[in-house]
Design a protein around this ligand. Structure first.
Ligand code: F6R
Length: 249
């Protein structure tokens, strides 16, 4: 299902409401979380609404999609830091509820295997939040990643490093590798919300719409999932033909 809303604030309100309804129905929900610019207004609205409703978050578990290799939790550009800054420090979570791949793990293979296993042991993801990279990546699964992949280490493509360079003071500081949940891990979520805002994502969404499910554009794997909602603002949807919006995602 495609849903087009006026602007990033309306998208954030929709996603936040959706998360809250899930938590009200299932206080022990397991959430798959994403970072990036798209999610900042989402977490801002979510924190405000959870606080206003005094919603109990003590039984939730969260698993983040990815983390840069080589960045410690204290590094301001690590995804662990981002999550604490935008969400985890702002609500009464305890660290035991919150899971991210460890960017400083000494044994990558073990860390990756354990991360996918931990998701399964928690009962699987009830809902996975996703953003999309301009090249169609989800998590840090770059084009060409097998659809049956589990958590793994990826070499980031130059385009992704350039896109994310805006958060670092120089391109030299942008890591070349990351740990990411695999596409199979993402696909096993019971429900998926892909959140896309901004004119700079319009071409990506047109590519998504026009492409069959293909490893060349990882996000297109979502066409094989039965419970996906793609929530966009007008700008991100601006190149999509009118007919697209009446079709399944
Ligand atoms: C982040 C992640 C990435 C981003 C994507 C979009 O945890 O997994 O796939 O969702 O790169 O990033 P933004 O929102 O910054 O455009």
């Amino acid at each position: 299902m495609f849903l087009v809303l006026p602007d990033p604030q309306a998208v954030a309100a929709y996603v936040s409401n959706h998360l809250i309804q899930l938590i009200q129905k299932k206080p022990t929900a397991v959430l798959g979380l994403a970072t990036g610019g798209t999610m900042e207004p989402v977490y801002q609205q979510f924190v405000q609404q959870v606080s206003a409703l005094q919603l109990d978050v003590a039984q939730l578990h969260s698993f983040n999609l990815d983390e840069y290799v080589g960045l410690s939790q204290a590094h301001p550009q690590s995804y662990n830091y981002y999550m604490h800054q935008h969400l985890f420090n702002l609500l009464p979570f305890t660290e035991a509820q919150l899971h991210l791949p460890d960017g400083l793990a000494s044994d990558w293979q073990a860390e990756c295997q354990q991360y996918s296993t931990r998701i399964q042991q928690a009962g699987g993801l009830d809902l996975q939040l996703l953003g999309i990279g301009s090249n169609g990546h989800i998590g840090f699964n770059e084009p060409g990643t097998p659809f049956d992949s589990r958590t793994h280490v990826v070499e980031l493509l130059e385009r992704t490093r350039q896109d994310n360079g805006r958060f670092f003071s120089s391109m030299d500081e942008v890591p070349c590798h990351a740990l990411t949940m695999g596409i199979q891990d993402i696909l096993e979520a019971k429900e998926i919300l892909l959140v896309v805002t901004g004119e700079h994502k319009a071409q990506t969404m047109l590519n998504y719409f026009q492409s069959p499910a293909s490893e060349d554009m990882p996000a297109t794997v979502l066409k094989q999932h039965s419970n996906v909602r793609i929530v966009m603002d007008n700008a991100a949807a601006s190149l999509l033909p009118e007919t697209a919006l009446h079709q399944a995602a």
